[in-house]
Ligand binder design. Sequence first.
Ligand code: AMP
Ligand code: MG
Length: 497
Amino acid sequence: MNIARAELGAVKLEELRFDNRYGRLPPAFYSRLSPTPLPNPYLVAFNPAAADLIGLDREEAERAEFAEIFCGNRLLPGFDPLAAVYAGHQFGVFVPQLGDGRAILLGEATGALGRWDLQLKGAGKTPYSRMGDGRAVLRSSIREYLASEAMHALGIPTTRALAIVGSDQAVIRESIESAAVLTRMAPSHVRFGSFELFSSRRQHEHVRTLADYVIDQHCPQLRDARDPCLELLREVIGRTAKLVAQWQAVGFCHGVMNTDNMSILGLTIDYGPYGFMEGFDRGHICNHSDDGGRYAYNMQPRIAHWNLYCLAQALLPLIDAEEAESALGEYEEQFEQHYSAFMRAKFGLATEQAGDVALLQDTLKLLHDSRADYTTFFRRLGNFDSAAGADNAPLRDLFVDRDAFAAWAEGYRARLALEASTDNERRPRMDRANPKYVLRNYLAETAIRKAVDERDYSEIARLMRLLAYPYDEQPTMQAYAAPAPQWASALAVSCSS
Ligand code: AMP
Ligand code: MG
């Protein structure tokens, strides 16, 4: 037994324990099926931190069987593979039936750190594939792998990623790409759309079964409430309000906030054409296919609220409409409270003062007018020298309009003077609220190009190490904090994945 196994109580692949409680729900909830074999699979990326969550010995990734298992070619004892069915509002239009069109749930790995759904994304066609081929391409698998782990390190609830397995199998998108399978992990993959499916079919008993399932397995504290289903709605509203507040604060744009991409546990799920804000644009649209800007950055809080209405509507067979309406009425205030708390931390403010909303708005206007880099601005704000005011050169240099900056700097200095903080005391606090490193599009693109063109996966691993500590200075990695170089300015990301 090696040291890792001894320390973590970590086990071999064959010793993992599996359950699949979702598979014990009625057959209407899923289709049982096997993954489609993937020719000549090879390991592209492995995330030891995710392996720890299920108590898997990190060294197991070095076995040839690992790639065979995590592309779906070989099933472990206890796997119970299935594709879940759901519905959803896509770009505002209700689609009566969607489902895991290329994702296959293998089961829940149960270890010392809880139960984790293991899901293979890109494992082949399912009854819900519609016109799709059931595959995912290496490019989008790398994007999801990096983003989900970057979000986790930023403290934002998200699905996790265990590994990427590649293959030379060709997949046709806008051009010919190669296939890959991403192993995704989450306490649950249930979506708002899972409820919408049964509700729209008037299968109210299934709506109840699903609500009971989510409460029992994931929110057991709600079991004894007067009205557990109403409390479940409140819980989802609260978690979603906080999640979107975190997205806004860090500058994360999801890109496809359809109700089938909204997690019932308030996790960030289904990474597609997402983007981290670079030059600040409050109407930033990260998804090239989103012509109307429905899912633009500044729309996200409202869209989440709209999506929660869809969820509440789906729960109406179980809950009182007026009580649901009143629960939904609390969303905006909850969002505002979370958002202002996160933003106060970013500004280094320890107290709440009357002018804080105006300061926030002025700051965002200043950033927007100069398209100043959002992450760089807040990171540098931590070094604000209150004696220097408008002469804070590293900050000032981010703005085109120097007079506007000078006026803003004076306002910020005056606001800081309203509380008893000092520059030295504030700095470390602000560094823990303002990441130095986020997954800029060009960083992901560089890792993707190396992987796709040269079969060199070292940049993926390097980014994973970097983004695991987004708040640390990491002196040798400074270049990764820089805004996009010229070649990357025209990068476009669409839904195709
Ligand atoms: P997404 O926008 O990636 O969340 O996908 C929306 C729906 O399309 C989901 O039901 C997916 O399972 C399905 N889907 C996306 N890509 C494919 C594909 N290549 N093959 C089959 N189904 C897919
Ligand atoms: Mg989806």
